[in-house]
Design a protein around this ligand. Structure first.
Ligand code: ADP
Length: 164
């Protein structure tokens, strides 16, 4: 069984993330969407909220589960019996850091192969930070996040951030 991991901060999950997760689900037997907890980065939404958002947006996809990880991705890959890391690639700006991470993960765990899926044109310039910024300023985030979670995210961002 081919198990893939889709890691990210998902703070919050966007339509761009969901597209990559959905496509990974079509390519692999099982996909673990992994909320990576980065102690150096202050997240806007709590881990539980981020997991809940992803679960609600992927409930129709049978081969997806959601988990979180506080340690190294390379170690999680060994523990979970996954062999593939799936990452979305947006504009050229993603290349440098994503290549660096792919090579480092392979060095740390020789079984960890990274596969890149190109972002869809409409998601090419979409990021979680953009959603947070637009939402905080009262802008309409419906274009950027799935309908299932849009209202909740909008309310929490306008209250001045969530999960703190
Ligand atoms: P962000 O950069 O928005 O904070 P994450 O760290 O949560 O996103 O990203 C997790 C993965 O999802 C990365 O591989 C990233 O390239 C990919 N990704 C992020 N936004 C998009 C998008 N709009 N389209 C496709 N892939 C994306």
């Amino acid at each position: 069984m081919r198990i893939a991991v889709c890691p990210g901060s998902f703070d919050p999950v966007t339509k761009g993330h969901i597209d990559i997760i959905r496509r990974a689900g079509m390519l692999f037997d099982h996909v673990i969407v992994l909320v990576s907890v980065n102690p150096d980065k202050q997240a806007t939404f709590s881990v539980d909220e981020r997991i809940d958002f992803i679960k609600r947006c992927t409930s129709g996809i049978h081969n997806i589960t959601v988990d979180y990880n506080e340690g190294l991705l390379a170690d999680y890959i060994s523990k979970s019996k996954a062999s593939v890391i799936v990452k979305g690639l947006r504009a050229m700006s993603d290349f440098e850091s994503e290549f660096q991470m792919a090579i480092t993960n392979k060095k740390l765990n020789s079984n960890a192969e990274t596969v890149f899926l190109p972002a869809m044109e409409e998601n090419m310039y979409l990021s979680s930070s953009q959603v947070r910024q637009i939402g905080r300023l009262g802008g309409d985030i419906r274009l950027f996040v799935p309908a299932e979670i849009e209202e909740e995210i909008q309310i929490k961002l306008q209250k001045g951030g969530a999960g703190k």
